[in-house]
Structures are given as structure tokens and as C-alpha cells.
Design a protein around this ligand. Sequence first.
Ligand code: ADP
Ligand code: MG
Ligand code: MG
Ligand code: MG
Ligand code: MG
Length: 677
Amino acid sequence: GYLNDKGVTYDYFESLAFQKMLKEKGIVQFLSLLKIFGKFQLHEHQFEHLSDPNVKQVETKMQLFWGDEFEGHVIKLYDDKKLALLNPNTSGLFQSLSEEQQKKLPFVILPEFGAWMIELTPNKPYQCMCFNFDQVLINMRKRIQTLQSYLPQGNQYVLIPVYPMLGVGRFTTTLESDLTASMIEKIRSQTSYIEGTPTLQQDEIQFQNEKLIQPATPYKELPVEPICNYFSQSIYFDDRIINPHPRYATLAQNIRLRRGSKVEIKIPLFIDQNTKIEQSEYEPNPGFITMDHMGFGMGNCALQTTYLSIDIDHARLLYDQLAVLAPLFAALTAGSPIYKGKISNWDTKWDCLEMSVDCRSENERNPKNPNHIPKSRYSTISYFISNDKMNLEEYNDLNFPANEEIMQFAKQKAQQMDIPLDQRLLRHLGILFLRDNMVMFKDKIHIDDNTAHFEAIQSSNWNSVRFKPPPSYNSKIGWRVEFRTMEIQLTAEENAAWSIMILMIVRLFFTKHIPVNFYMPLSLVDENMKRSKEKGAILNQKFYFRTNFQEFGPAIIEELYLKEIFFGKQDGSFIGIIGLIYQNRNIISTQQCSQKDEHIYQKNKKLQDEVIEFVKNKVYGNTKTLASWMRDFVISHPNYNQDSIVTHEINYDLIKALTAIKDRQKEDPHFPLIFSM
Ligand code: ADP
Ligand code: MG
Ligand code: MG
Ligand code: MG
Ligand code: MG
């Protein structure tokens, strides 16, 4: 359990003395992984035998797997007061389940930045090839239902990307979070470091509903001044609702210290008839919604998926290919139209996250400076890494800076260790290691027998896709790629559908018989990401896409609507991604599955058709995105004053309506059941 995971961390200035040393250790750890796993490969025959029903399945060391992870908010509804507030006491949930109980769950419960957030992953990854797609749906439903059943009365596990009232008045059930109390004591006693999470007494462990402070009435819409903002210096957001594991508050503090000021998140305000564009202490940037805490970004929820690859080269190719698709899936899953009680002009949260953890100094943010870094450490990727012949030099057109010093070190070290390290992988490391280590545990800096120092850099480069090496030296898991731009969806069905949609694309890359090539210049991928956040991007925006996506040569690029990218062009000159999937699904299944799995194929075919129908309705605008649904709900609410403001009361009605839909107590055509099963 993470709660017992005590640790004392350095603040950023203290950490400076160790940055170089720990980065070098991190590089050596990565090189060691490369030495152990660099040549590891699922053998070709392990694929081929599967198509021959007479060959018994060979015991394989590694099979292809994949999995998803999703995050949600625990929100408590006060029906009498018409309030829907975050409940930051979810840690009780982790504590009250014994390890035995946790093992029996069909999923894993993981902590996240906000003390009110809960992340859930399946406890075993799914198969990639011969598996029933319906397992995803069943597992997701089970996760949501079981988690919900653990929550005390009145609490809801709500899967929406952004809690609309973050930073508005008292937006949590309690501010005196018991779990962080002793952490705060430490701060008060003026220690220069953050002490780890306190160990709780058994009787303190449950949800402490009775002890919760009742929210004040009448409810103030202005921020309630935080009692503790030691880490963030926020004027809206109390640090005591950060997850009590020392990692999270340390990140918030060190990002601010490195940056030289508190983070600044500016999101354009949706201007309605009666919107007042004012300047005040709480809205310093007229026309924008301004926020100042890491939690305004990292307190939001995502849907992510991870795929095991055949070998390192395959993972590198998959990483590049998925990076091109990442902006498209951000637009498709858009669900973030409201921030800090105001309607915004954007539909996705990606940029909010970028700004919420932007640790670049003022100099580094200034394009005129030679040490300029164009992006936050939370960003789209800046470099394609595959050595495949499809990856032409011209696609890497961002000229992104890298840590040249660490690249020099890595190159020499690789030679010493006799490990082949090619230019592209070297540059990838240089770009990752441009960022500093934000969380150093005092007692761990000299410990070196695992991959923690590499992971410290890797896991705080929050990019659109992530190239994941095996997690440890004796791991049975291979090279993986994580897809990270999807916004969480309200229902299990939608989350399952998008996960299966990506899986269908990913599976195209697991057989040599299908040429697929999504490569195009990264500058255009970044332009797509910019467009993906715009209001109603699915219908209003065109995206750059490669139309000769079955050819190896240079890209032919067009600007297309998402419906064209997925379902092809009217004149038949381009079949679209779905066309490609239809064309190849026989190849994929007969290649990978034995004949006895024919029924899986038939069943999946039906599920695939249902997913494709769902995607079709989305890209043609027959169903709304969660973002436009929420937007429309607020705008048509009787208490909305055409002034861009979402009150706590409107928020209550919104959350209430969403929970009725997610519990399927109320049908809504924009949240279809998708699957006939
Ligand atoms: P992170 O937060 O670093 O992305 P998580 O532990 O939350 O990592 O999620 C890991 C994901 O990887 C889950 O979706 C899980 O199902 C999946 N996964 C676990 N083992 C494998 C494997 N062998 N191959 C592919 N995916 C895996
Ligand atoms: Mg995770
Ligand atoms: Mg997470
Ligand atoms: Mg993840
Ligand atoms: Mg994580």
C-alpha cells in the first residue's frame, strides 16, 4: 500500500546538487535495460504456428498483451443543499481493503494526484490477438460497479475529465483532510522537507462522513482562501486535498520552484451575451479563466491504453504511429468544457494539463533565448524514434532541443558497456533528460539496484505517447507503448468502445502483411493537437492526415474532417482508417488465431461493427461529445444567466443528470449502450 510508503523528498534547490548524478544513473539504468532486453523478440514462428491448427501452441515466454487505465472523481451529492462536492477522503478506501481483498478484485486500485481521485486498471492485462473484445466491456463495467459499491451513501464515482467547480468556493466535502493533517503539522514546525504520509490508526481508516465539516450556506462562489498552500501558493486550491503520498505535493512544489513562480493556467473564456469581462484578484487575465495549481490539471481524469510490442523496434514504430493518431483521439473524446465554474472556449483538457505542470523557467519559455524549450514537460512528443524505413528524416521537423551533455554521456557509456545505441534512441533520451528530476527521495538517491532513477525522469515526461521499456531488470514484460490523449468518458460502454477502436488500429501493426504508414511531419501533428481542443472540433476542424497510408514513400497530406479520416473520402480515392480495418480484419484474425478460435472472431466481428457504428455516429455529429453535451446542459439550464458562469447549483444538477445516465436510470441518445450484449 502506498500509504505506508514513507519518504522524505528534497526541494528543488536541494535537489540541484544531485540532478547530474541521478540523470547519469538513470541513463545507465536505461542502457542496462537495453542490454538485457534489446534483442528480445517474440519469434516469428510464435505467430505463424497460431494459424496452423495442427501445431500445438508452443509455450511462449511472452504473449502480446494490452490494458487500459481510467480515472474518476469521487463526488458527494448533498440533495438538500444542491451541492456536488469532491470527497478528498478516498484514501480510506485503499486502507480499508486488506491485501487479500485487493487480490480478489478483478482490478487494481491506484492513487492519483487528487485525494478525491481513483484510478482503476484491470488486474491482468488482456490478450491482444485471440481474445474476446467483450472482456474489456465486462471488466470496465465490473470496475465501475464494484468501486461504486464501496463508496458510502451519497458518494458517486463519476467518470468525467474535469470537475467543473474546482477552485470555486468550498468545493470539497472537507478541508481538514485527516490524512494530511500530520503532514501539515510538519510544515508548521518549519522543517525544510516534506515528511511522508502518516500511518493511521485502524479506527481512523474508514470514510469519516460524520466528522466532515458541513459546507457553509449560503454557498460562496468566490474562492475560500486556502488554509494550506505551502506547496503551490494557490489562491483557490488547498494543498491538503492533494494525495498525501509525498510524490504529489513534492511535484507541485518543485515545479513551482524550478519555474520561479507559481504555475499559470489560462484558458479562453466562452463569451456569452451577459458575460462580464473583468479584471480582479481572482481573474487577473480578462477574457480568460485563470488557475494557479498543479491540481487544476493533474486533478483531471484520462483514459489511457498500453500495448506490449513484439520487440523494441516494433515498439518504436508503434510509438511513432500512435503519436500521429493522438490528437485525433483527443478531439473524438472531448469532455472538458468547464473550468473553475466557468464555461471555456475549449473542449479538451490537454492544454490545461500542459500549463499545470510547466516547470520551465521564464528564460526557457522565451523563444528569443538560446536555451528556449518550446514545450512543457506535459506535451505532445517532439521526436519520432523508429529506424523503420518508413520514418523519413523530413518527418522529424521540430528541431527540438535536447540535453546534449547527457547524450554525450550516454554515447560514451553505451560504448563502454558495448551496447548499440543508435542516433534516434540517443536523441529520444536527450529529449527526455532535458527535464529535471522533480521528486528525489532522500534515502533513495544512492540506491541503484533498480530502474527508479530512469523512471523518475520517464514518468514525469507526460507526453502524448510513452515508450516504456521493461519495468525492471528481471521483468517478464517487454517493450510497451502507452497511448495517452483520450479523455475519460462517462460510461463503461464508451470507454470500452474507444479502447477497442484503438486496439483495432494497433492490431494492424502486428502483422507484416498489412502495410500501414501514418507518418507525417511532427509539426503538422502538433498543429492537429492545437485544433483538437477547439469547441466542436469533430465537426468544425479539419486535420492533417496522410492519404497514401498504405505506401512507404513520402507522405501525401490533406486536410480532412474526422469523418473522412475514419470513413474515407466521398470520391473513393481514400478509404479511411475504418476502410483499412475492414479490408484487413480477415488477415488479422486468421493470422493470429487457430481455427478453434473462429467463434471469437465471429463474436468480435459483431462487436467491432458496433464500435464502428458508435464512431460513425460521433464523427458525423449524430451523437454529441461529452463536452458539447455538458456545454448544452449548462446553457439551457433555467438558472444560467448567459454570463458564462456555472454556479454550484447548476453543477449539482449537471452531476446529478450525469450520474442518472451513467447508472442507466435515464436514457440519453448521446450516451448509447453501443453493444448489444
Ligand atoms: P502508468 O500509470 O505508468 O501508465 P499503470 O500501472 O497505471 O501504469 O498501467 C499499466 C497498464 O499496462 C495497464 O493498463 C495494464 O493493464 C497494462 N499492462 C500490464 N501488463 C502489461 C503487459 N504485459 N503488456 C501490456 N500492457 C500491460
Ligand atoms: Mg496509471
Ligand atoms: Mg493515472
Ligand atoms: Mg498511464
Ligand atoms: Mg501513473
